[in-house]
Design a protein around this ligand. Structure first.
Ligand code: AHE
Ligand code: ZN
Length: 376
């Protein structure tokens, strides 16, 4: 187990609000319970841009971002038994230790085994495996996939079918399971339900795919940019509503009035807008409507509604990584991709090299971008 450091390229965020900088970095060998991965491809998620912006209470710099990786195991640390060099894996920012109170509860996917150190940008022993120019670099979400090599915990490795393209499977690291799982694991949408989706980016499209799988009778795509409706339709949305088309009437009132009392389920995929979170709750049907908050709002933001909305039977809940237990369930998503029941290809609107990763971050701000995939 005496591995050597690897020198490679990575996109380093030296400070908040500045472009990423391509640097030579050193990646230390994996310690006990850790795995060193060669990253072949990574997606870019809005959460990477959010933390880079400096608004994330847990953001620490310098740091290597990225949490949608398609990777091959390069080496393993002492005691690692579930993966070996050559295995293909998708790193998990929500790991699955199968031993903590959370994992054993059967009620949540929020494994607590390494959450505290992960939030501080370090490995479980409190140190980092990255350095550049003599400086320590922090990890991000336990994954740090904006690097040619990274080190993650064994419990954060979802092993995937090695015959499937890693530059597609990388998107199983966040956006796709998050939306699909919110429908099928968090909300448990049933056949015939009316589903409202607020925001038609990568998460919204994944909610739409999840709702198709759940056999929802109506899937209402809601977006203030009607250019998003083409893709929403291709993914299976049945109805399209632009909140700007109704003058002073709120979108929640529009949905309640036009859909027989409102949505059975609503999903907030707005990219962190707390007013949209409110609208998503309030568009739900009295007595049983359930609204799921998915996106990440800046620290300091708060949600609000009239308590009457809850008293009269609506349920407000949230979902992280779609309630997906990654090591157990990511292989099921791979199977759905292989059998054609899960679309991944159409998310990939931009493909770039690591050197151009800042262009990928920029593309994320444009309406025609779903996901950039960066080839390492
Ligand atoms: N650090 C942020 C919280 C960020 C957050 O809520 N992250 C989501 C995943 S975003 C994926 O793109 C999540 O799963 N959270 C669960 C967890 O344990 O962090 C902040 O605001 O402090
Ligand atoms: Zn993400």
């Amino acid at each position: 187990f005496e591995g050597k450091p690897i020198t490679c390229k990575a996109a380093v965020a030296w400070e908040a609000g500045k472009p990423l900088s391509i640097e030579e970095i050193e990646v230390a060998p994996p310690k006990a319970g850790e795995v060193r991965l060669k990253v072949l491809a990574t997606g870019i998620c809005h959460t990477d841009a959010y933390t880079l912006s400096g608004q994330d209470a847990e953001g620490r710099f310098p740091c290597i971002f990225g949490h949608e990786g398609g990777c091959v195991v390069e080496s393993v640390g002492e005691g690692v038994t579930s993966v070996k060099p050559g295995d293909h894996v998708v790193p998990l920012y929500t790991p699955e230790c199968r031993q903590c109170k959370f994992c054993k509860s059967g009620k949540t996917n929020l494994c607590s085994a390494i959450r505290e150190t992960q939030g501080r940008g370090v490995m479980p022993d409190g140190t980092t495996r990255f350095s550049s120019k003599g400086k320590e670099i922090y990890h991000y979400m336990g994954t740090s996939t904006f690097s040619e090599y990274t080190v993650v915990c064994e419990i954060a490795c979802a092993k995937v079918d090695p015959s499937v393209r890693l530059d597609r499977l990388c998107l199983l690291g966040c956006g796709i399971p998050t939306g699909w799982g919110a429908v099928n694991y968090t909300a448990k949408v049933e056949e015939g339900a009316v589903v409202a989706v607020f925001g038609c980016g990568a998460i919204g499209l994944s909610v739409i795919q999840g709702a198709v799988a759940a056999k929802a009778s109506k899937i209402i795509a809601i977006d203030i940019n009607p250019a998003k409706f083409d893709m929403a339709k291709r993914f299976g949305a049945t109805d399209f509503v632009n909140p700007k088309d109704f003058g002073d009437k709120t979108i929640q009132q529009v949905i309640v009035d036009n859909y027989d009392g409102g949505a059975d389920y609503s999903f907030e995929c707005s990219g962190g807008n707390v007013e949209v979170m409110r609208a998503a709750l309030e568009c739900c049907h009295k007595g049983w409507g359930k609204s799921i908050v998915i996106s990440v709002a800046a620290s300091g933001q708060e949600v609000r509604t009239r308590p009457f909305m809850l008293v009269t039977g609506r349920v407000w809940m949230g979902s992280a990584f779609g309630g997906v237990k990654g090591r157990t369930q990511i292989p099921d998503f791979v199977k759905m991709y292989v059998d054609g029941s899960l679309n991944i290809d159409d998310y990939v609107t931009h493909e770039l090299d690591l050197n151009d990763i800042n262009k990928g971050l920029e593309a994320m701000r444009s309406a025609n971008c779903i996901r950039p995939v960066v080839h390492m």
